[in-house]
Design a protein around this ligand. Structure first.
Ligand code: ADP
Length: 166
């Protein structure tokens, strides 16, 4: 039987409880989940690609029985999906604001490769407002981020901010 492979792409700067909830839910739909961490040069990330990869790997350890493979990519999403044998792209949907962008991207991706389906998942209601960008802003302003990221990610963020402010 052929393996059903899903690809969950994102910047993960840093990985949040929202991402991890989507990973847990998405993992139930596939035999193997590839988490594609983008280099995303258009955003100036808080963490390097290698740091983000290590953080995602660490936080995914043991969260699901499904095989998880965390990898870096910087090519066109549909080309990358094809190269890892994915037939499903997983995306999380938060609010109406996400919808417009995701709708357009999924539509264009259909043109690029009609054999790959984009599947949208919603995180647990309590985790839906979480966005990496806002978590970083709150952390920089010394707010409590413990409800948004795992404890070790919080430590990594506080260490990075402390190192920048010396
Ligand atoms: P962000 O948009 O927070 O910078 P990413 O680019 O890493 O994060 O997002 C990767 C995917 O995860 C996107 O599909 C995004 O919509 C989804 N996602 C991120 N946070 C959440 C959340 N709290 N609930 C549902 N989906 C989410």
């Amino acid at each position: 039987m052929t393996q059903r492979i899903g690809l969950y792409p994102g910047t993960f700067d840093p990985v949040t409880l929202g991402h991890l909830d989507i990973i847990r839910r998405g993992a139930k739909l596939v035999d193997k989940l590839v988490i594609g961490v983008t280099t995303n040069p258009s955003k100036s990330p808080m963490f390097t690609l290698d740091e983000r990869l290590a953080m995602v790997r660490r936080e995914c350890a043991g969260i699901t029985d499904t095989e998880i493979d965390v990898r870096a990519f910087d090519s066109l999403l549909m080309h990358y999906a094809h190269s890892v044998g994915a037939t499903i792209i997983l995306r999380g949907l938060r609010a109406v604001a996400d919808f417009e962008y995701e709708y357009q991207m999924a539509g264009m991706n259909q043109y690029l490769d009609a054999s790959i389906e984009t599947v949208f998942l919603m995180a647990d209601v309590a985790l839906q407002p979480i966005a990496s960008r806002l978590v970083k802003e709150i952390a920089y302003l010394d707010g409590d981020i413990s409800k948004f990221v795992p404890p070790a990610v919080r430590e990594d963020m506080l260490a990075r901010i402390a190192a920048k402010s010396v």
